[in-house]
Design a protein around this ligand. Structure first.
Ligand SMILES: [Zn+2]
Length: 253
């Protein structure tokens, strides 16, 4: 590595290209790493889980309300039709009872008695059915009232979860937008060959730039041989960076 203190002091044209390129690449890598981390954080926010839980709760609440309302409607129909059928049986029985007063033949009277008895059995069955429906209706009415009583707090919780997630996402998006600006500025001084190489390595291995610490590439954590280190140093002195012979990352020496 070359020291650029003298050039800065004497306002010489530029710092040596290798130092400058190395730090430019590291800056670009830092920006991309930050952006990647933010993107992962944005996906895995606890606020997102919280919102999913609240949404599930609300969906379950709505499903239960629908079930209650539907069952109450069914029961209303059951009660209504039981009452209608009962009224019909009653008037039928009244007609038969009137007939009973006019018949003389015992067999005819017996047949009428039997018919009236059958009607009475049917009426009893209908009464039992209606009573059961009325009892269920009363219980479900209470359930529905209690259920509707929990709606507001659930909706409030859902809304606040939604707002909390939106707030965190807005903050992250603002940070990401800042990084986009920083990236444009970081790319500006770089040669297009370097940036396309950087982009290719980045899409292959994620983190494209690594530093050589001793004999070890900090990207793949593998040691380079002494000969490879020498070659890497020579190449880096010439072009500002080299390629890790193990992982292909842009290696800053
Ligand atoms: Zn490597």
């Amino acid at each position: 590595m070359t020291d650029d203190a003298d050039t800065a002091e004497n306002a010489e044209p530029a710092a040596p290209a290798d130092v400058s390129l190395a730090s430019q690449l590291l800056t670009l890598q830092r920006i991309d790493t930050e952006a990647d981390q933010l993107a992962v954080r944005r996906k895995r926010l606890p606020e997102r889980d919280d919102l999913a839980t609240r949404t599930d709760q609300m969906t379950a609440w709505e499903k239960r309300r629908t079930q209650l309302v539907q069952r109450l409607a069914e029961l209303a129909t059951v009660i209504e039709s039981a009452e209608a059928a009962n009224a019909e049986l009653t008037s039928h029985r009244q007609r038969l009872e009137a007939q009973m007063k006019t018949v003389i033949a015992p067999r005819e009277a017996e047949a009428l008695m039997h018919e009236i008895e059958t009607i009475n059995v049917k009426r009893d069955e209908l009464d039992d059915k209606e009573l059961a429906a009325l009892e269920e209706q009363a219980a479900l009415d209470d359930d529905l009232t209690a259920h509707l009583g929990t709606e507001e707090s659930l909706r409030t919780a859902l809304r606040s979860s939604d707002e909390a997630l939106a707030r965190v996402c807005d903050d992250i998006d603002a940070e990401l937008a800042g990084l986009v600006d920083q990236r444009i500025a970081a790319l500006e001084p770089l040669d297009s060959n370097v940036t396309s190489h950087y982009d290719a390595v980045r899409s292959a291995v994620g983190v494209a730039v690594a530093e050589l610490k001793g004999h070890r590439c900090e990207g793949c954590h593998l040691d380079l041989s002494a000969a490879e280190v020498d070659t890497a140093k020579e190449e880096a002195a010439e072009s500002g960076y080299t390629d890790c012979p193990q992982c292909g990352r842009l290696l800053i020496v």
